[in-house]
Design a binder for this molecule. Sequence first.
Ligand code: A2P
Length: 342
Amino acid sequence: MKQYNIAVAGATGAVGEEIFHILEEQNFPIKSVLPLSSARSAGTEITCQGKTYKCVELTEESFKGRDIDIAFFSAGGSISEKYAKYAVEAGAVVIDNTSFFRMDEKVPLVVPEVNPEDIDNWKETGIIANPNCSTIQMVQALKPLEDLYGIKRVDVSTYQATSGAGKSGMEELVNQMKDFFAFKLDESPKEAFEHQIALNVIPDIDKPQPNLYTKEEMKMVNETQKILHKNVAVSATCVRVPILRSHSESITVRFEEGVDVDLDAVRNAFENFENMKVLDDLENNIYPMPIISTDTDLTYVGRIRKDNFENNVLHFFNVADQVRVGAATNAVRIAQKWIEKN
Ligand code: A2P
């Protein structure tokens, strides 16, 4: 079996570290690993599949003569903007975790359970984009519903973990909680988020847009349409909540007129969907929660119910570990599909 030379730009970050765990868990066919970071973390040791590698500073020269097959990028949009082209020029396929290339018409935006066929278009740019974490777990739930009934409109509210802001986001929550118990929360640094995140929720993720939505909310709209290849109406409210990992979403789906939602058919469609688990027994307090999804590669759905007033409207709750399912696992799954196809 062919083995691959892998590079990870952002190797020391929350997503980068998780990519190494997943490559190892999945027994990914690795020949060698090139971990890349800023000069700050150069020299940091990364272990993958029993071998230890030293982090190297990412530069324009990093990929030259290294015969890299697959380069994962998760060091932020500006880094992908600047350096992804050098990986492509050196012959690698770039699997990019940032938002930089997602809406580029020439770049496939892929959730392997939903639109694996789009990977076939990778050659034009050499880049495959990984969607936003909130989009990934939502479209995984929307796809079986789209196939079942045809979706007209989606309204979603998110409950997003601090890990969405990288390691510094998680650290800020922990430090603020420590400072709360030391009676000095007022003095605690507030840098990763616009406001104090401990004991608070913040309905503001990413930059404000002229239409009064945030950039995170518009990512959920635009990326969902691109992945489903359909101009489905989507409205999102994205909220940061004081938890460490796993995003939750409360989702309302309106189907085409005339549809009468059958909950057994919906549960069945979710149950048969790849990498999805139904936890839906309200009587026994069984439903998806971040403490269940964290450190897993599954997307959980539950609280599945029909609207009280309209037969073509469905409500449910969904949870996934967004560092894994929403980023690292999705990226590795893209790489696996890419290998299958090439
Ligand atoms: P470093 O450890 O050197 O700062 P997170 O999303 O968890 O905040 O992680 C961001 C990742 O992106 C880290 O691996 C970080 O490396 C990397 N990174 C940040 N800035 C740069 C840069 N200018 N060049 C290369 N990698 C960078």
